[in-house]
Unconditional design. Structure first.
Length: 615
């Protein structure tokens, strides 16, 4: 394998092994990776050992607290321990005894699973190197130490032994300048798991990150295992389906892909498409709502949503455009990492009560079959500098670390969702930095180090920027342009975050002021449907019947302040219709079945006031 095919982290590891006394390998260390020499996929510790052997180390010892030492025979282990203890300073002679007790017993090898014994052996060996160059690879290092701020006495002793083992300068005399020194290698998932006192300011040590497999590594794995995949259609390198599959594997480790092969064979009776297989592995559900979308359903999107969001045809049309783009696979195609980006990104701006939140809920209901799939975050609750910890979770060692973050937990529970960030302008600027990563890469790492993908979600921001100053008497086109200008001024001049606006792009959607009584009447009529369903479910009322529904709703709409929009309609309905109806039901409700199967009549009186009776 050429040097270009060897992972960069492995090249760096080999280079640092020749000059350092200690190396921390951290990151994706639980994965497998391709051994350039054998052509087989092996674990990171085994690959590190093979690379060290190629770099000139004659003896490689791998150790963990469960298995002890491996890669070394019992005889070699005994010789190593005897050599280390022989070169150590002799113990002082005991006092007060002149009796000859005979020859001392043979020195036994230490209990290899005991960290104290092993670290003492490492310290003695590295302080007095022999002819052979040795490397000690400590696996699962993240489980060695507890809280760095509260190390036990035993852990402090281990740390002292490890520090003194690597504090010995490297040899630069004529005999050894071209050879590596004895080396200590820690393999862990997070370098922060090791005490900072050992890592910081230690010139003998280098930290090397083992990254997630990139696209070349994923493609190489799929190519090497073409005959092992069992899918609805064969994978042919160079074809679009092959490339799409490699892109869909973004964020998975090579070990995940090994397990994905096994999953494909378990589903051999019903062979799955590559995308369906990935969804089954990631989410435990064969049927992604995105897969169930079809052209016939999408053609009804504007009509279905338009029934719930009145008077915002331009906003509905923009939402339709974004969803069609996602359905056709062109969402984010201008970016190199299209599979990782959210399905859609929208920024709703406009007056209060004009349907911004309702449109987000309607879209969630249309795409995912449930309004509850719209997960709402009130960004006014995230206006402090450290509020980002509520979204992604507290760092290790802080209160609430185990609970995770509200946003990352929500996406883990419902990867197929509409994420609604309400009144985004009220969030602290530090929060906006988190959204930069989401919008660019479609992923976010929580406080526990787990990466959460947003690739199956639609992200919607809402804002009232400019609503207090823009007059509702202006023409529609002028109002929309003023809202767009207000958003740009806010993010560029006030927040100093033009990069966030660039990520949103042309997806800023201005909402119109609601003008004219007919719009308000239509909104009121739409809001009667939940009332009818509630009366039927709770009281068994067969029908809610007005003497003149149009006149009754028009009378309610007349009491609404136009600038309050749909929210004003809800307030008026509650005041003039629902509260009197609640009093009526309360007074009539001595028998729990008093209204079952009956029609509830509503008669209008001036005011507006309403009278109710059942028959």
């Amino acid at each position: 394998m050429s040097e270009r095919q060897i992972p960069l982290w492995l090249q760096n590891f080999t280079r640092q092994a020749g000059v350092r006394r200690a190396i921390v390998l951290h990151g994706n260390t639980l994965d497998v990776t391709l051994d350039p020499q054998s052509g087989q996929y092996v674990g990171v510790p085994d690959l590190a050992g093979a690379a060290l052997r190629q770099a000139g180390f004659e003896q490689i010892v791998l150790w963990n607290r469960t298995e002890g030492m491996r890669g070394i025979s019992p005889e070699q282990q005994q010789a190593l321990y005897a050599d280390a203890t022989a070169t150590a300073a002799p113990a002082p002679a005991p006092r007060g005894s002149a009796y000859d007790m005979g020859a001392p017993p043979a020195v036994a090898a230490p209990r290899a699973v005991d960290p104290l014994d092993f670290f003492r052996l490492v310290q003695q060996r590295m302080a007095r190197p022999g002819r052979q160059r040795m490397a000690f690879v400590i696996e699962w290092s993240q489980y060695l130490f507890g809280n760095a701020n509260g190390l036990s006495e035993a852990e402090r002793q281990w740390l002292l032994l490890l520090t003194t083992a690597t504090a010995v300068p490297v040899e630069i005399d004529a005999e050894n300048i071209g050879r590596p020194s004895d080396l200590l290698v820690f393999v862990c998932t997070r370098s922060a798991a090791l005490p900072p006192a050992y890592l910081q300011g230690n010139p003998a040590l280098a930290e090397i990150l083992v990254p997630q497999p990139g696209r070349p590594q994923r493609e190489e794995f799929v190519r090497r295992n073409l005959d092992r995949w069992v899918l609805s259609e064969p994978l042919v390198p160079g074809q679009a389906a092959f490339n799409d599959f490699v892109d869909a594997l973004e964020g998975l480790t090579l070990r995940d892909m090994q397990q994905l092969i096994k999953l494909s064979r378990q589903s051999a009776v019903e062979r799955l498409k590559p995308e369906a297989l990935c969804n089954l592995y990631k989410f435990g559900d064969r049927k992604s709502p995105w897969e169930e979308l079809n052209r016939e359903k999408l053609r009804t999107l504007a009509d279905v949503i338009g029934q719930r969001v009145i008077g915002q045809q331009q906003a509905v049309a923009k939402v339709r455009q974004v969803i069609i783009r996602a359905f056709t696979g062109l969402s984010g195609l201008q970016h190199s990492r299209k599979q990782r980006m959210p399905k859609g990104i929208l920024f709703f701006v406009g007056p209060t009560g004009v349907g911004k939140t309702e449109l987000a809920k309607a879209l969630a209901g249309f795409l995912f079959g449930d309004d509850e799939a719209c997960v709402r975050f009130d960004m006014s609750e995230f206006n402090h500098e450290h509020s980002d910890q509520r979204l992604v979770g507290a760092p290790p060692g802080y209160v609430g670390y185990e609970e995770g973050g509200q946003l990352t937990n929500a996406v883990k529970r419902r990867p197929f969702s509409v994420l609604l960030f309400d009144e985004i302008e009220k969030a602290h600027p530090r929060i906006l930095d988190k959204f930069l990563q989401i919008l660019e890469d479609g992923r976010l790492t929580d406080g526990k180090g787990e990466t959460v993908s947003f690739a199956e979600s639609v992200i919607i921001f809402t804002s009232n920027i400019g609503a207090a100053t823009i007059p509702d008497s202006a023409e529609t086109e002028e109002v929309q342009q003023q809202f767009l200008d207000a958003v740009r001024r806010h993010f560029v001049e006030e927040m100093k975050r033009p990069e966030l606006l660039n990520r949103i792009g042309d997806n800023v959607v201005p909402f119109n002021f609601i003008k004219g009584g007919s719009f308000l009447v239509n909104i009121a009529r739409a809001k009667l449907e939940p009332l009818r369903r509630g009366l039927s479910e709770k009281y068994g009322i067969q029908e809610l019947r007005f003497g003149d529904e149009a006149a009754a709703l028009a009378a309610i709409a007349d009491r609404v302040e136009a600038r309050n929009g749909g929210r004003g309609v809800l307030t008026a309905l509650e005041k003039y219709l629902i509260d009197p109806l609640a009093d009526f039901l309360f007074e009539q409700g001595t028998d729990p079945h008093f209204a079952r199967g009956k029609v509830l009549h509503v008669q209008q009186r001036p005011g507006p006031e309403f009278l109710f009776y059942l028959d």
